[in-house]
Design a protein around this ligand. Structure first.
Ligand code: PRX
Length: 654
């Protein structure tokens, strides 16, 4: 995939300057952006101090900007105090109290609009309810909800009382939920009776009950949102209904003023080991990144209607649903349900109905919708759109061009935004009124972000179109602070490769002659399936937990729509299954879904007597990738312990 992408980006010569009318009204404009870059280049720390002073509302102003005494555990604005929910809600009430904050559409097509005043009141009630249940600043609260306003309200309510939320994506299994609760030591779980997806109910409460039955002993109480209304068991003394609890509470809640570095949330994400890591974000620095990047990259204006399709279970749903747009008094659309339910026009109908002006989604969604044909979006009035965004994985020029012409009608700039759970906010992206875009490139770093590409020795790659490792040379406020309970892993994963000199993103990239960045994909054993991050080791651990499986190796293979798909090579206990293996394959796929979640199911499972290993016992993953892709084997296999296995692995694919 890397070579193919490199070739396609080398051939990509089309340029798209911002349309004149967009540029004329954009903020920042060219002069504004140049001034921001100049200020940041002149004084990196001073630049961020100025931004933090003007963009955030402080309870106690900070006097110290960057504390690097314990680098790479950086601290920003450490002696200042503030409250994130006050910054997202209270500060807007006087001017925007009646403005829609959230327009929520359910899969059944029911729309609920909540004003800033209503969201504020609900957040206060939820915060009061949590306090009444004994939740205090610093306690962890796990949120396992569908994509409904209450998910955002619950997150904001945690922020209001200084509780640390950890949102678990509703598509994750009971096992994944339990592991995340246990790692975080959460006291409270907020879930729902169910969610909606493609006409079916997602049994969130059943999964929560299973997680709690099998462990997760730190959870003392469960708040249950009534969403689907279907019957579910409630455990007396532990489970309480959201609506009953909140009805008894005041719509006013004194915020907890927390220190800038107080953890706002943990978000678990996959790395190259079997265990997901709890990425820990701060309060002030994170909010600053989410707020400013929303302004810079999305040019959010008071009249905009912003729809980011990401679930709150992912970082995109944190920064560009729950925090960034609200911090800017924006109006956001959230949708709970399948993208093509009840028909293929659902997304476009939502845009038409709610007059969405800024649309932010993933390349996977675009490729899937593109495949359904241009006649579908053509049936809808998409003229409200003025800006389009892409996130989560490289966007191929073909999908970019389709987005531009068919969805954007040729008039909307596209912002291809590069960032990660760890970076908290967008780091590389066009500023839409200023930057000329190239299909497939996330263009250049935002002000205050010093990104670079380095070679194996850590030297900057200055030659155009030469690949290397994407790094960030200077700390930035919205960066992760640590990995929860595992600071050694934080240092090891992101810093030690180049002696703590810079943050190592784990992505390969190259720069073209104009200095534009082109992301080539992950350099580690992390897959991007439909834009979702999954570690191959996680899927392997899930497989080997099955009684029939002795050993497993999982690799990625390019996929037309999902970007990447997982292929598993499995060695069974006893004899290798031969003949019709479909039932076992299905059993294993289902097993992986139960262990991790449906998104982790391998597309293909191949059985072998052995895995290809070097004499020192290392699985030759590169060889497995070649085999999974059906490409000719060019690498040296003479060091293989068992060369005959290659034929078997390949033969099975026939
Ligand atoms: O490989 C990069 C890819 O997604 C990874 C981060 O995944 P996650 O933490 O789940 O966050 C996704 C949403 C921010 C990165 O290391 N990635 C993200 N955005 C892009 C991208 N790859 C190419 N182009 C992008 N715009």
């Amino acid at each position: 995939m890397t070579t193919k992408q490199l070739e396609s980006s080398l051939q990509e010569a089309r340029l798209f300057a911002p349309p004149a009318d967009f540029a004329a009204a954009a903020h920042p404009d060219a002069a504004g952006l140049a001034a921001l870059h100049a200020a940041a280049a002149h004084d990196h720390v001073g630049f961020w101090a100025d931004q933090a002073r003007s963009a955030l509302h402080w309870h106690t102003p900070f006097t110290q900007t960057l504390d690097d005494s314990a680098a790479p555990n950086y601290r920003w604005f450490a002696d200042g105090t503030l409250n994130v929910s006050v910054n997202c809600l209270d500060v807007h009430l006087a001017e925007h109290g009646n403005k829609p904050a959230i327009i929520a559409e359910s899969e059944a097509g029911i729309t609920r609009t909540l004003s800033y005043r209503q969201v504020h009141a609900e957040v206060c009630r939820a915060a009061n309810a949590m306090r009444r249940l004994g939740i205090r600043s610093g306690d962890r609260v796990v949120i396992y909800l569908p994509m409904v306003p209450e998910a955002v309200i619950a997150m904001q309510a945690c922020a209001r009382i200084g509780a640390v939320h950890s949102v678990v994506f509703g598509g994750f299994s009971a096992v994944s939920l339990r592991e995340r609760i246990e790692d975080a030591g959460a006291r409270l779980l907020i879930t729902a009776d169910g969610g909606q997806r493609g006409g079916n109910i997602v049994e969130l409460k059943a999964a929560a009950d299973k997680a709690l039955a099998e462990g997760a002993a730190s959870i003392e109480q469960v708040i249950v949102l009534r969403q689907t209304g279907h019957d579910i068991p409630m455990t007396a003394g532990r489970d309480q209904w959201w609506h009953e609890l909140l009805a008894a509470e005041s719509p006013v809640c004194e915020p907890e003023w927390v220190e800038a570095e107080h953890p706002l949330f943990l978000l678990y994400t996959s790395g190259s080991t079997g265990k997901p890591k709890g990425i820990q974000h701060s309060s002030a620095g994170y909010l600053l990144g989410a707020k400013l990047s929303t302004q810079w990259v999305f040019d959010l204006k008071p009249q905009d209607v912003f729809w980011c399709t990401a679930d709150v279970g992912w970082i995109t749903g944190h920064s560009y649903v729950a925090y960034g747009p609200l911090a800017n008094a924006g109006t956001l659309v959230i949708y709970e349900g399948g993208p093509v339910y009840p028909d293929a026009g659902r997304f476009w109908r939502i845009i038409e109905q709610h007059r969405v002006t800024i649309f932010y989604t993933s390349p996977t969604a675009l490729r899937a919708l593109m495949k359904l044909g241009d006649h579908i979006p053509a049936q809808y009035d998409l003229s409200s759109l003025r800006l389009l965004g892409s996130v989560g994985e490289p966007i191929n020029p073909e999908a970019w061009m389709w987005y531009h012409s068919v969805i954007g009608g040729g008039r909307c700039p596209i912002v291809d935004t590069w960032w990660q759970t760890e970076t908290g906010a967008i780091l590389l992206a066009p500023v839409p009124g200023v930057t000329t875009t190239k299909p497939g490139s996330c263009t250049v770093p935002l002000p205050g972000i010093v990104a670079d590409i380095v070679d194996e020795d850590g030297n900057s790659v200055t030659q155009a179109d030469t690949g290397g490792s994407l790094v960030v040379r200077k700390p930035w406020p919205s960066m992760l602070r640590t990995i929860w309970n595992d600071n050694a892993r934080y240092i090891d994963t992101y810093w030690s490769r180049f002696q703590n000199r810079f943050y190592v993103a784990g992505d390969g990239a190259h720069r073209d002659a104009d200095g534009y960045f082109w992301i080539l994909g992950r350099l580690d054993d992390v897959l991007k399936i439909s834009g979702h991050r999954l570690g191959t080791m996680e899927i392997e651990s899930a497989l080997v937990a099955h009684p029939r499986v002795a050993e497993a190796a999982v690799v990625g293979r390019p996929h037309d729509i999902k970007g990447e798909a997982a292929v598993a090579f499995v060695v069974c206990r006893g004899d290798r299954p031969i003949g019709d293996t479909r039932a076992l394959v299905e059993e294993l796929r289902k097993w992986v879904a139960e262990q991790l979640g449906a998104i982790a199911k391998p597309d293909e499972i191949r059985f072998a007597d052995n895995l290809p290993k070097t004499r020192s016992g290392k699985i030759m993953r590169r060889l497995l990738r070649t085999i999974a892709r059906g490409e000719p084997i060019t690498q040296d296999i003479s060091t293989l312990e068992n060369p005959a296995i290659v034929e078997q692995l390949r033969g099975d694919s026939a």
